[in-house]
Design a protein around this ligand. Structure first.
Ligand SMILES: O=P(O)(O)OC[C@@H](O)[C@@H](O)c1c[nH]c2ccccc12
Length: 275
């Protein structure tokens, strides 16, 4: 089997995390927990009865498509998202492949705080080690991403418990029916279905419909908050997603590539469809 970009990402991530641990040991991060800002609830921000909520992503680049934004200003972008109706903001912190940074997360938190926005922030990265969860918390994350496909059940469980133990929430990402079964076994409260296959990078929106079929019925209080992730270009797909029982969408590329970021965020956020 040839090494995919995903394999390269994992291999490099290990090096990155081990290097960070030498710079700032976990004990040091744990000491900083006392002064870290109190997390806001992603779940509450996403679950609106009559609309699809938008998680807008601060995304400079991707491994499959390269750099999206030459003049990338993460705090300005986040401000545009928050002031135009995004319910939450996803901040990519992977350095090598997405050209993100934990520093962006921290500065976005500070910037929005100063402006009076309490928009929850999601740390978007390839998380596999408790160290990264502590890192997220002290950097101002309210929630983190856990990708089921890259974690064994024990690690998944451990990271999930730690996340909630530290007062944050997890967006548990799946791409297949099997992964959905594992997310449900975890009793995950927020489940994201990634329409993009992380191995081939091909995108198919129908993944959301297919993979969500095993969830409790729409309206059932046991049903987790459902997020459709990736490949969403414009508001025209929102009515269909609503029919499929989607509570929120996670959008990066189409926003950062839009000529007018604010207008595109507004278009994706203002979608009141009465059921
Ligand atoms: O840029 P898009 O197609 O709107 O997708 C956003 C988001 O879903 C995507 O960035 C993503 C979903 N899961 C991930 C895991 C790692 C890195 C990135 C991702």
């Amino acid at each position: 089997m040839t090494a995919t970009i995903l394999d390269q990402i994992f291999a490099h991530k290990r090096t990155e995390v081990e290097r960070q641990k030498l710079k700032i040991p976990q004990a040091k991060l744990e000491q900083q927990l006392g002064t870290a800002p109190k997390p806001r609830s992603l779940r509450q921000a996403l679950r609106q009865p009559d609309r699809i909520s938008l998680i807008a992503e601060v995304k400079k680049a991707s491994p499959s498509k390269g750099v999206f934004l030459e003049n990338f200003n993460p705090t300005e972008l986040a401000e545009t998202y928050a002031s135009n109706g995004a319910a939450a903001i996803s901040v990519l912190t992977d350095v090598r492949f997405f050209q993100g940074s934990l520093i962006y997360l921290r500065s976005i938190h500070e910037h929005l705080d100063k402006l009076g926005y309490a928009t929850p922030l999601l740390r978007k990265d390839f998380l596999y080690d408790p160290y990264q969860i502590y890192e997220a918390r002290v950097s101002g994350a309210d929630a983190i991403l856990l990708i089921v496909g890259m974690l064994d059940d024990q690690t998944l469980h451990e990271l999930y418990q730690l996340t909630y133990g530290l007062g944050m929430e997890a967006l548990v990402e799946v791409h297949t029916e099997d992964e959905m079964t594992r997310a449900q076994a975890l009793q995950a409260q927020i489940i994201g279905i990634n329409n993009r296959d992380l191995h081939s990078f091909s995108v198919d929106l129908a993944t959301t419909q297919r993979v969500s079929a095993s969830l409790p019925a729409i309206g059932d209080p046991q049903r987790p908050v459902l997020v459709a992730e990736s490949g969403i270009h414009g508001p025209e797909v929102l009515p269909t997603l609503r029919e499929w029982g989607v509570d929120a969408i996670l959008v990066g590329e189409s926003i950062v590539l839009a000529p007018d970021h604010a207008a595109h965020v507004r278009a994706l956020s203002q979608n009141e469809h009465r059921a």
